[in-house]
Ligand binder design. Structure first.
Ligand code: UDP
Ligand code: MG
Length: 322
């Protein structure tokens, strides 16, 4: 670990979208926690907070500016529009200076006090220290159930296992950050990228609080989209499963054809069988459309990747002229 003598040791990166009311409380609480952290020799730990303003339409940037004027260790990038949380996190990782980087949400659902424990594990030699929610009581039952289902599906389909109920709140060593930075894909499903990168990982448990101010930016549709992003970027099983299903259906069709043939030879033809014909046609039509849709998902993603557009566009930097 190369401790840069002048730069910060620890960067906290915070994606924000329309969170003007949350900036003040966040800076107050996290600043207090970070000021309490020390190097192993007792010296105060050098830190920075890097906000990534993800196309906010309210006074978020002004609130950050105010915080920056009071404390120069608080910096920001402002993106040219809303690129989504995963892209905002990428922007933060690309521009953080610390030897350790901690992404955290602005809503204080993840207690910043845990960062101290993460640092300890980092100093013990772990390159990734992720926070695991002890229980998800603060999430609604449907959210918990769908999250559970998602983690299972993802880890079943993909060989890069993502730790269950670990959010983006984690500590990443500079080495990991450098790996994530050179990953070329436009689809930035962060948990998947973290999982792929490997390294020595450790977990710290914590209780997730209710959102302090404001409301969630993720409705079920957005979560669903995120889930599709996660699975399609980590696994090709959904693409391949259709050949097996197709083979199975063909096999059944063959057996059934034999049965119909024998029956016709023995008992002659009759015109019955309209319902079974209808069912078979509709079922196969459905399966074909479904598999086409899956194909479309992947083809669409290939299109996005080959266009090779930037993941985000920075409109303005506050505090880091570099
Ligand atoms: N966020 C963002 N861009 C978006 C949506 C959300 O940067 O398009 C930020 C948001 O401001 C917050 C974090 O991502 O800091 C997590 O959002 P939220 O708390 O709404 O998600 P939840 O905790 O409900 O999953
Ligand atoms: Mg939240």
């Amino acid at each position: 670990m190369s401790a840069s003598p002048t730069g910060p040791r620890l960067s906290v990166i915070v994606p924000v979208k329309d969170e003007e009311a949350a900036i003040g409380p966040f800076v107050a609480r996290v600043g207090r926690v970070l000021d309490g952290l020390t190097e192993p020799d007792g010296a105060p730990l050098a830190w920075e907070i890097l906000f990534v303003d993800d196309g906010s339409g309210d006074g978020t940037l002004a609130a950050i500016m105010q915080a920056h004027q009071a404390d120069r260790r608080i910096k920001a990038l402002s993106l040219s529009r809303n690129f989504g949380k995963e892209a905002a996190l990428s922007a933060g990782l690309d521009n953080a200076h610390g030897d350790a980087v901690v992404p955290i949400d602005v809503d204080l659902q993840d207690p910043p006090e845990v960062i101290g424990d993460m640092l300890d594990k980092w100093r013990d030699g772990h390159e990734v220290v992720y926070g695991v929610r002890r229980d998800r009581q603060t999430d609604s039952l449907p959210k918990r159930m769908t999250a559970d289902l998602y983690y299972r599906a993802h880890n079943w389909l993909s060989s890069d296992k993502i730790p269950e109920h670990a959010g983006d709140f984690r500590l990443l060593d500079r080495k990991v950050v450098e790996v994530i930075k050179v990953m070329p894909e436009r689809n930035r499903f962060m948990k998947g990228l973290f999982a792929w990168s490997g390294f020595r990982q450790a977990a710290v448990e914590y209780d997730r609080a209710e959102r302090a101010v404001g409301t969630t930016k993720f409705n079920y549709w957005k979560l669903w989209t995120l889930a599709i992003d996660g699975i399609t970027s980590a696994s090709t099983v959904p693409l391949r499963v259709w050949s097996y299903l197709g083979a199975l259906v063909a096999l059944f069709a063959l057996i059934y054809a034999g049965f119909v043939f024998v029956r016709t030879v023995l008992y002659g033809a009759d015109v019955a069988g309209y319902p079974s014909l209808m069912i078979a046609t509709l079922f196969l039509g459905g399966v074909q459309l479904l598999s086409l849709g899956v194909l479309g998902e992947y083809v669409g993603r290939i299109l996005v990747e080959v266009k090779h557009r930037p993941i985000y566009v920075i409109r303005q930097r506050i505090g880091d002229e570099a």
